[in-house]
Design a protein around this ligand. Sequence first.
Ligand code: GLU
Length: 416
Amino acid sequence: MNKQENPYQMALRQFDEAVKYLKLKRGIIEYLRYPKRELTVNFPVEMDDGSVKIFTGYRVHHNTVLGPTKGGIRYHPGVTLDEVRALAMWMTWKCAVVGLPYGGSKGGVVCDPKKMSGIELENLTRRYTTEISMMIGPESDIPAPDVGTDAQIMAWIMDTYSMHKGYSVPAVVTGKPISIGGSLGRAEATGRGVTIITREACRHLGMPLEGATVVVQGYGKVGAVAAYLLHEQGCKIIAASDSRGCIYGPDGFDARHAKRFKKETGSVVGYPGTETVSQDEFWGLPCDILIPAAMEGQITAENAPKIKAKLIVEGANGPTTPDADEILRERGIPVAPDILANAGGVTVSYFEWVQALQAFFWSEEEIDQRLERIMTKSFAEVWALAQEKEISMRTAALVRAIDRVAEAIYVRGIYP
Ligand code: GLU
């Protein structure tokens, strides 16, 4: 992660740019710049060697006006409170831009899950869940996976919360395994959403998807899925990267096979038929579509001038800094922004929550169709606003989202 750029400052700069296009009271603007509530917890975990280690975790609720808060939990050594604040704020806008009845939240624990055993991860998860239990619940705040967490971790959260209650509460988390009330289609949902937005953006820009060359930064839960779904729609995946390095194969490679290779070897580096390239070369590769799907602050004022893509679709949250955004705009490279492009995950999380609450489950076909409808409609709305006001898709998406939240604040009124 680029530590120079504070993610919360980034989120605020984007917000300040968007509110210029709305007629909001000064106080309402100020209100939306801050998280509603934040919790920091320091807690002990017994490690495999018998030692006790203290971990720091956070849970932040940005806004609850439209409904319960929704947002993932991140396990990463670089987690900070400002990062969690930014991610919570982006969740508010993400849910609002696709019309979900949720506010935004996020959580994180400073840890390196890659270096922890299964038992240590389970202990950490159960204790963290207990520590933040006053913040979460099926009607108040519903966690989900994010960087470094997965369906198994959601299962432990659901179990811990349920044990405290004395009965099973499947709706307290989403992204959990199918066997305990998870939703079909959730695992692929974020990548599928990125694919839908890529297709719609290409259609509106008059760029053919067939044969389009694609570069994917971050070959994980989002990037790899987007890559193989785009590959199946006729795109040529020519480069990918992960925390260990970058690969390039100008003739294109089998994205699904590369995902299996990464699962087996731990990295895409060394995938047959590709060469290893430097970070610098990676960002400068000529391509039609660039999908940053790793962490925030990756496309910066430094590498933005080198980018040779015709379209950027953000699979990650906050991958482009505001300075880079300006450079890309000047260079005429459109960016389908995170809060729209990666909203497929939280959209299917919403379906999972609805299914858990009603204890009645939908088919994968139904899920995919509903996701398709929401993503396509949301893209069209953002695109139309961007054209009408001659603003970037990011600002247009934020304008729509902030407007929805502000409208709800006005209608509900300020308490008391
Ligand atoms: N962590 C994902 C995101 O950033 C999913 C959140 C959710 O499903 O609640 O959108």
